[in-house]
Design a protein around this ligand. Sequence first.
Ligand code: GLU
Length: 372
Amino acid sequence: MSNHLETAQRVVVKIGSALLTDAETGKLNRTWLQAMVEDIARMRARGQDMLIVSSGAISLGRRALKLPAGKLKLEESQAAAAVGQIGLAHAFQEILSAYGFSCAQILLTLEDTEERRRYLNARSTINTLLKLGAVPVINENDTVATTEIRYGDNDRLAARVASMVSADCLVLLSDVDGLYTAPPHLPGAKHIPEVAEITPEIEGMAGDAASIYSRGGMKTKIAAARIATEGGARMAIANGRTLRPLQAVEEGARVTWFAAHSTPFAARKRWISGSLKSAGTITIDDGAVKALIQGRSLLPAGVREVEGDFERGDAVTVRDLQGQEIARGLTAYDSRDARIIKGHSSREIEDLLGYSGRAEMIHRDDLVLKKP
Ligand code: GLU
């Protein structure tokens, strides 16, 4: 089981605040972070895409601002995050660059992963960063998130990120080594190495174990597991309280693995073809039909007709000239711009629209062919 980490292609690692900051002093735990980055570097050298979701902004910031111990008010934690995030990003940048990596800071709000237009943007930026060899370091944009539109915990944020970027593995590093049948300090509590299905019984095992620094207890970890596994990633809850925790997992340290329910690819395609209402229709010529069948993207040049009123990121139906449905996909242009660039080569997009948009009307990753 431990080799799940070795075989994964794209791994999201979530680091909890309790690991990054010293409980007594609230200071950043540099030695630990350095060793953690060594883990990341080793996995990158094996050809794996690595993304980090890091907490710690609030706990670092509260120390800098000398805020009192205990629960903070929302506006205090937002203020703390604004201060702490700088130190956090700086530490990552310093340590990652020592290993030759560019560090990319990405601050997300709930809307960035839930609203399709913004989701497409966030995803394509992250994919571009990975292609360019950078290591994305992601956190919630706590400073501007309001109560109603925040995750509040990085466990679920990390799970959303994992499914957004089609990662096949998510590791939640925290101060526990997995799920137990009862609170671990009680006699008779048994560790659960593998969860095939998140049943109500499993959910019942998740007590509230949040520390004062981290928001996520076992409940949010199970909620994260639900999101990640449905998105096609397997997820581990692992103890990060050791140097090089990922290596420890590979070498057989005790963790709980949650089995993936599909592959990232299938999950995404199912999401596009099944759960999204079509907001319009794009009719394409025979050449474009052929290109799609060969697995290529839909370019504006092959588009003949655009019907309906849709936004960028909406799901649309793609038909051939006979009116037969060929595919479903997420459009990179809204209906107004799509009408302007239809039939034109991608090179003309900038002249026609006044901005240089994407070359594809629908990227092949966002396209699902109808079964004949
Ligand atoms: N985003 C918060 C921070 O950086 C952490 C949330 C959590 O602990 O899960 O402090």
